[in-house]
Design a protein around this ligand. Structure first.
Ligand SMILES: C[S@@+](CC[C@H](N)C(=O)[O-])C[C@H]1O[C@@H](n2cnc3c(N)ncnc32)[C@H](O)[C@@H]1O
Length: 204
């Protein structure tokens, strides 16, 4: 087994992930916004980057042909693979596509709350672009720029305290994405603080 998978940062979280109220509220808001804003088609092949236990896949699966759930956490993907409602519709790939791209292209790439776990945002967006069909679309949800209090101070694998929208739009455009559009999908209230969550959509 590679070092990557031995160091599964979500191993202790996977079992109870779906039971967390915040996870459910977030994934319902994000998944709902994706279904409403992206014109999914029953012929489409979608990648869910950082799919985790499949909360977003569950929202999207009824609207598309198939989903490739990409994640680097074997324990999170194990939970996803055990969900009967996703069987036959969602395949899992435990692979870091930044290091090792897939030999496959997608009509849409979605992602929820995973981008802040990836150190090199430019390289990640470049990979998304490369993995899209011409005219394909991304719908990416994450935290707006915050003061670092969203995660515990000792949280491992958190590389960004959210994202500044203008800076992220610039990065998307640098890679080649067009028609970049943001919306606020929900706001998390935690310990007297508010954390807006954006979804950015853009086309290849
Ligand atoms: C906060 S969880 C979100 C999971 C899921 N999208 C959801 O909304 O419930 C972040 C996920 O991103 C995954 N992740 C972190 N770095 C990654 C990478 N380089 N490639 C793919 N997935 C990654 C983690 O393993 C984890 O499952």
């Amino acid at each position: 087994m590679s070092d990557l998978f031995e160091n599964d940062l979500f191993e202790n979280k996977a079992e109870d992930w779906d039971a967390g109220d915040m996870k459910q509220i977030l994934s319902q808001a994000i998944g709902g916004a994706m279904v409403q804003e992206v014109s999914f088609l029953p012929t489409q092949h979608v990648m869910d980057f950082g799919a985790g236990t499949g909360l977003i896949c569950s929202a999207i699966a009824p609207h598309v042909q198939k989903i490739m759930a990409v994640d680097i956490s074997p324990s999170m993907l194990e939970r996803l693979a055990a969900k009967p409602e996703l069987k036959g519709k969602v395949a899992t790939v435990c692979q870091d596509i930044l290091d090792c791209p897939m030999d496959e292209k997608f009509d849409v790439i979605v992602s929820a709350m995973a981008m802040h776990h990836v150190q090199d945002t430019d390289a990640m967006l470049q990979r998304f672009y490369e993995h899209l069909q011409g005219g394909g679309q991304v719908a990416l949800a994450d935290l707006d720029a915050e003061d670092g209090s969203f995660h515990p101070a000792d949280a491992e694998g958190v590389y960004h305290d959210g994202f500044d929208r203008d800076a992220l739009q610039h990065k998307l455009e640098q890679v080649g994405f067009q028609d970049v559009r943001f919306e606020t999908v929900t706001t998390v209230f935690k310990d007297d603080k508010t954390y807006p969550i954006f979804m950015v959509m853009a086309f290849k």
